[in-house]
Design a protein. Structure first.
Length: 296
């Protein structure tokens, strides 16, 4: 889709991707972050980096506080509590993400994408349509924080149609016309500064918490196992030997719970960009698959 694209985003830069709908802004971002494999060329992207996907990339069964903690772990930020307050999300900390309004969900996704830049080390944050669905106050917070974090030395690559974000830009990059320089506004509000820690991509921890909350391994494997065993026991004495493998077959059909969770709101793509491996074996599934031959 792209040929001869050269894009440099250095410390203190805020590059805004512009172009018509369907011009490939999101595709470029997902190629840069490794979600879409490159057919040719290369990308040098310093990690850890922040990422806000257009779809959000957050599973609806997560708690708001859990998502912020996981994003902070990936971004190398400790004690992200004050950031919830800065984005007016503190009162929803214990709520499931699926219970948030569209605007609050977007705030959470944006905070997730900005997370690494709130530390004392310079990072790059990649945001796809971050202001989409935000109220006016949240857009103003976004503009002020980007300006403040950029002034500290962090870099930003943003795909947006929103002209309000252009005031943050040091460069405008049109996919058809190339790069043009611009002068960003100075910030009037200082963004929070958080202590850094060692980045950790805790995909298995994320998947395990969702397993406990949703009971997916039991519902997807345990219920079919029990139902099929009851049917077989009811048929004892009849000639249905060929059906004895049905319980094992039904238990093995569902995908790994981690892959199931990763489908929601493209949360798996976010983890993939962070360097997570979308494979986490849950103990319940292992036990159910292991005991099935003994039950039949």
């Amino acid at each position: 889709m792209f040929e001869d694209i050269q894009l440099n985003v250095d410390s203190g830069d805020c590059v805004i991707l512009t172009g018509e709908n369907g011009s490939g802004k999101s595709t470029l971002i997902e190629s840069i972050t490794g979600i879409i494999p490159l057919q040719s060329g290369s990308v040098n992207l310093a990690k850890p980096f922040g990422l806000t996907l257009q779809s959000g990339g957050i599973n609806g069964d997560e708690l708001v506080g859990e998502r912020i903690e996981l994003a902070a772990n990936c971004g190398g930020i400790s004690d992200p509590e004050s950031l919830l307050t800065a984005w007016n999300l503190q009162h929803r900390k214990q709520d499931r993400v699926c219970h948030l309004s569209g605007g609050l969900y977007r705030r959470l996704a944006v905070l997730q994408g900005l997370m690494p830049a709130y530390g004392s080390e310079n990072r790059i944050c990649i945001l796809d349509e971050p202001s989409e669905g935000l109220d006016e106050n949240s857009v103003q917070t976004l503009v002020e924080h980007i300006s403040s974090l950029r002034a500290r030395g962090s870099a930003f690559l943003i795909a947006t149609h929103d002209q309000r974000l252009h005031q943050c830009a040091t460069h405008l990059f049109n996919l058809e016309e190339g790069v043009s320089k611009t002068t960003p506004n100075t910030c009037s509000e200082e963004a929070p500064l958080q202590p850094n820690t060692t980045p950790r991509v805790a995909f298995s921890k994320w998947s395990a918490k969702l397993d406990q909350r949703t009971m997916w391994p039991i519902l997807s494997r345990g219920v079919p196992l029990i139902a099929s065993c009851l049917v077989l026991y009811a048929m004892l004495g009849n000639s249905f030997d060929s059906l004895i493998l049905i319980p094992a077959f039904l238990v093995s059909i569902p995908p790994l719970s981690s892959l199931h969770h990763a489908k929601d709101a493209r949360s798996g793509d976010w983890w993939l960009a962070m360097g997570g491996r979308l494979f986490a074996v849950d103990p319940v599934s292992v036990i159910l698959i292991g005991v099935t031959p003994l039950l039949t």
